[in-house]
Each structure stands twice: as C-alpha cells, then as structure tokens.
Design a protein around this ligand. Sequence first.
Ligand SMILES: CC(C)(COP(=O)(O)OP(=O)(O)OC[C@H]1O[C@@H](n2cnc3c(N)ncnc32)[C@H](O)[C@@H]1OP(=O)(O)O)[C@@H](O)C(=O)NCCC(=O)NCCS
Length: 150
Amino acid sequence: MSNFLDKLTIRLMREDDLDAIVDIDTKVLGEARRDYWLTKIIKQAESRPPDASLVSEVDGKAIGFILGEVSGWEFKVPNNIGWIDTIGIDPDYQNRGIAKELANALVTNLREHGVDTIYTLVNWNDWDLLQFFHAMGFTRGDMINLVLKV
Ligand SMILES: CC(C)(COP(=O)(O)OP(=O)(O)OC[C@H]1O[C@@H](n2cnc3c(N)ncnc32)[C@H](O)[C@@H]1OP(=O)(O)O)[C@@H](O)C(=O)NCCC(=O)NCCS
C-alpha cells in the first residue's frame, strides 16, 4: 500500500479535469451529472481559492478530487471558517488512503488562508462519508439542519 501512495500526486484541479470528475461521480452515484460539475468546477471557480480544489493522480490519471471553500474568500473578507464541499474517490481506488491524503492537503491549504475551523455537511444515511470524516477527526458540530416540507 505504501508503494501505491508513493505514486500518488496531489495537484490543483484544472478545467480539463472535468471529464475525469464526471466519470468518478458517475461510478460513485450511478448517474452522469456533467452540467452540475461544469457549473461547480468551472463556472463557480472564482468563488473558491485555487488551492482549495485538488485532484489526486496516479500515472497521469485523475482518481480522486476534493472541493473546499473559505467563507468570505471571494469578497476578500477575512474568515476563519472553511468548508469541505465534496470529496470523491474512484471506487477502483478506494480504501488505500487517497481520500485522507487529499483531505489533509486541503486542510493544510485552508489553514494557510487563516482557517481554523472546517465544516462539512453529510447526509445522515451516507455511512461511508460519515465513517471517513470520523476517521479524519471530525465530530458533530453544534448546528442542526431544519427542514419544512411545503
Ligand atoms: C468516503 C470516501 C471519500 C473514502 O475514500 P477512501 O480513499 O476510500 O478513504 P481512505 O482510504 O483515505 O480512508 C481514510 C480513513 O477513513 C476510513 N474510511 C473510509 N471509508 C470508510 C468506510 N466506508 N467505512 C469505514 N471507514 C472508512 C478508513 O478506514 C481510514 O481510516 P484510518 O485513517 O483510521 O485508517 C470514498 O469512499 C468516496 O468517494 N465515497 C463517495 C463519496 C461521495 O458520495 N461523493 C460525492 C460524489 S463523487
């Protein structure tokens, strides 16, 4: 496993990662959402620091990605709050420590932006993500989600 992680590189996300990200998402969720990722990765790129969108690569192939944010960054407002928006690892490459490497790299970058607290939202039924964030040291925050069906 350590050999595998030695081959792993983490770099800034580029616009031409769109296809690989759509492929990973399709493998994870079973549906292709190209327009969704086009908006998120390319059209909304200016709302995030460039080093908060990262890709992990093995032998030139993008196999995982993470999208983070710094609250207030786009308005140049200092803010100590960061977010992990989305993380996805190609199912063929899961359970090898790749998500952890990506998340740690993002945390390092967010800290350099002055972030000292990171939030993320996870669906209560998403056991994989809950377990992953638990393993990363995340605990339950003190905000709760309220919903009204109308
Ligand atoms: C959750 C996810 C990111 C984990 O990726 P991964 O590369 O397999 O995770 P890692 O191998 O880096 O695991 C890191 C830690 O989390 C734990 N972990 C990860 N997934 C876990 C699971 N399903 N159950 C229990 N523990 C888990 C690992 O045991 C490890 O713990 P350790 O540090 O104590 O050894 C990955 O399964 C994924 O992408 N899921 C889909 C997420 C999604 O829906 N994204 C939106 C669409 S793309």
